[in-house]
Design a protein around this ligand. Structure first.
Ligand code: CA
Length: 240
């Protein structure tokens, strides 16, 4: 056990940007580096080095985001996240996978992880993912969103229509999740950009267009009656 402990854990408050991060990683040097990165960003971080401790700490419910390695002593990361979700713990989980282990990524998302990052990764990328996940916290009440004949699984990142389903990439998922959460409204492009790409990113408007076109292709592939309507100069909304 290491990391900064400052008295009693405090819940995140409105306007309070201090996030509490749990790091579950058995490579101690990497764990230490991650704690250091979090601390530099003024976050509070605790690190544990095996899956059993990781599960116990995760279930405390005090963390905003959990960074979870896959290969761990005592209990692997998939089993940790699967059991968390089974016990209705919805804390966002970012899984760390070894390089090019594609099946790991799929398994991770299937068992309820929210995102994954392949080692080695840059601190900037890690922080961007953590910020995106922390914004999502508290919204995962139901495990799925529906609109028309479409069902979006919030744990498996999949989109379903009838018997067909497709996996969505992280950004596709985030864009569609925002559209489905606010399905009666036109979502301004700038909102999508800020919420999905973050305020510090260099993404431009046409990134949104690219991901909207990916989503349209997937929705068409599913044979759905839902379409994403572009409202000129404003943004997008869903229509049946
Ligand atoms: Ca490991």
């Amino acid at each position: 056990m290491m990391g900064k402990r400052v008295g009693k854990p405090s819940r995140k408050q409105k306007g309070d940007e201090i996030l509490r991060i749990l790091i579950v990683e058995d490579e101690k040097r990497l764990a230490e580096t991650l704690v250091q990165i979090m601390t530099e960003h003024k976050y509070t971080a605790d690190a544990v080095f095996d899956g059993e401790s990781g599960f116990d700490y995760a279930m405390s419910g005090i963390y905003d985001v959990i960074v979870l390695d896959v290969m761990l002593p005592k209990r692997d990361g998939f089993s940790v996240v699967r059991e968390m979700r089974r016990q209705r713990n919805a804390t966002p989980v970012l899984m760390l996978t070894a390089r090019d282990e594609i099946p790991d990524k799929v398994t991770g998302l299937d068992c309820g992880a929210d995102d994954y990052l392949t080692k080695p990764f840059s601190p900037d990328e890690l922080m961007a993912r953590i910020r995106a996940l922390s914004r999502r916290q508290g919204e995962v009440i139901s495990n799925e969103l529906t609109f028309g004949d479409l069902t979006l699984s919030l744990s498996a990142y999949s989109l379903q229509c009838g018997a067909k389903s497709v996996h969505l990439g992280f950004k596709e998922f985030e864009v569609l999740r925002l559209l489905m959460t606010n399905s009666s409204m036109v979502i301004p492009k700038e909102d999508l950009l800020v919420k999905v790409w973050g305020t510090e990113s260099n993404a431009e408007d046409n990134n949104v267009e690219v991901y909207i076109s990916f989503l349209r292709k997937k929705i068409a592939f599913l044979g759905s009656h839902v379409s994403i309507i572009a409202v000129r100069k404003i943004g997008y909304r869903l229509e049946e």
